[in-house]
Write a protein that binds this ligand. Structure first.
Ligand code: SAH
Ligand code: SF4
Length: 363
């Protein structure tokens, strides 16, 4: 008996092929199964009640629905919820739900969340400020594992109606470098967008990259999500120090590629800038950032550095952060501080997994 097919690993055309060619069923059955998996979020084939009992048995003989196990959940005082998920081979990845900042209308009790998801177990880029970078790359995540994070969080917060979602936005900013796992990431974005499934418009999804030349062009042409670029340094020398591998693509070339990046109407590229006290928040950096921003249709997000054990960097004080933000505004740059949420639960990228490993007994 061959291994069972994991239905969460099949993008729409592959599921249709499986149903028609492998099972020998009518095409419309594929859409029924698709809706059970993606819109209704069932994890048990027996629950697919518009299939006959006999068909469900036949399907269960051939297929499963892979789901991660929740290994740990932490809820921060500010409502940020962080999950540590165990994949089927025992690897651990993180995903975080962040309550939305958007002002709610009076009387509107709807909770809105943004979910931050991972794309790789670890990351090969080795940025010096990042806990995930310290792990190195263990492996890529599959499409089913990437979206398994979304489905697990949806089940957890009882987000059951795709037409009125609690999880409104997705950011690919968890562990890993999405553009180094491009095929699975693009498949996940196509599956997210499907109107009969999760129905996430590309305007609700952002993919963050440290800047990978080859992947960025293909990703841009797909138009499947907004682009965020982790800049973190406004000159090549500092970028080499903070992000040695990403900086192999020279900053001048990265900025030139962003100048010609295909953007939709009113779309802007998000530049992420980790603010590290005394290192990249000085007046000269303001001037250098101004020169970069003047060339791009971009907005700048300032992220206060969240100290990670072993890294030689300092978090900025609120006053230092404000001074830097003001100096940027004076140069005409729209810079917005993204407050670090969930600091009490080790919510920055890779920190929860790292903390777990420290607590585990040595092998
Ligand atoms: N690899 C991609 C996406 C994942 S990293 C990228 O680099 O863009 C996403 C974000 O995690 C980065 O932009 C970085 O700002 C943030 N991050 C990593 N380490 C951090 C830390 N110590 N404090 C605050 N943010 C951190
Ligand atoms: Fe990888 Fe992004 Fe962390 Fe750099 S910041 S090591 S690219 S996850």
């Amino acid at each position: 008996m061959p291994d069972k097919v994991d239905l969460r690993e099949l993008p729409w055309p592959a599921l249709e092929r499986f149903v028609v060619e492998e099972l020998g069923w009518k095409r419309f059955r594929a859409m029924q199964i698709w809706q059970w998996i993606w819109a209704r979020n069932v994890v048990d084939i027996a629950a697919m009640t518009d299939l006959s009992v006999h068909d469900r048995e036949q399907l269960a003989d051939r297929a499963t629905i892979g789901t991660p196990r929740i290994a740990d959940v932490r809820v921060s005082g500010d409502g940020t919820t962080k999950f540590l998920l165990e994949l089927c081979d025992g690897e651990l990845v993180e995903t975080v739900l962040i309550p939305s900042d958007a002002p709610q209308r009076p009387g509107d009790l709807t909770v809105r969340m943004t979910q931050c998801i991972s794309t790789q177990v670890g990351c090969p880029m080795g940025c010096s400020f990042c806990s995930t970078g310290r792990l190195g790359l263990k492996r890529n995540m599959t499409m089913g594992e990437i979206l398994g994070q979304v489905q697990t969080a949806r089940a957890y917060v009882q987000d059951t109606r795709p037409e009125h979602p609690i999880i409104r936005n997705l950011v690919y900013m968890g562990m890993g470098e999405p553009l180094l796992n491009l095929e699975a990431v693009l498949d996940s974005l196509k599956t997210l967008e499907h109107p009969r499934g999760l129905a996430f418009s590309p305007r609700r999804v952002t993919v963050s990259t440290c800047g990978i030349e080859k992947g960025m062009r293909e990703f841009g042409e797909s138009g499947l999500a907004f682009l965020a670029v982790s800049l973190h340094a406004p000159n090549q020398e500092l970028r080499e120090k903070l992000m040695p591998r990403a900086a192999a693509w020279h900053l001048d070339d990265l900025v030139a590629a962003l100048e010609s990046y295909p953007l939709k109407t009113r779309e802007r590229i998000t530049l992420e800038y980790l603010v590290i006290a005394g290192l990249n928040d000085q007046q000269e950096h303001v001037r250098q950032l101004a020169r970069i921003c003047a060339r791009l249709k971009a907005k700048l997000n300032l992220i206060p550095y969240n100290p990670t054990p072993g890294a030689p960097y300092l978090a900025p004080s609120p006053e230092e952060l404000l001074r830097f933000e003001k100096a940027l505004w004076q140069k005409g740059i729209t810079a917005i501080v993204r407050k670090s949420k969930g600091q009490d639960i080790e919510a920055a990228c890779g920190q929860l997994r790292a903390a777990h490993e420290e607590r585990l007994p040595a092998m």
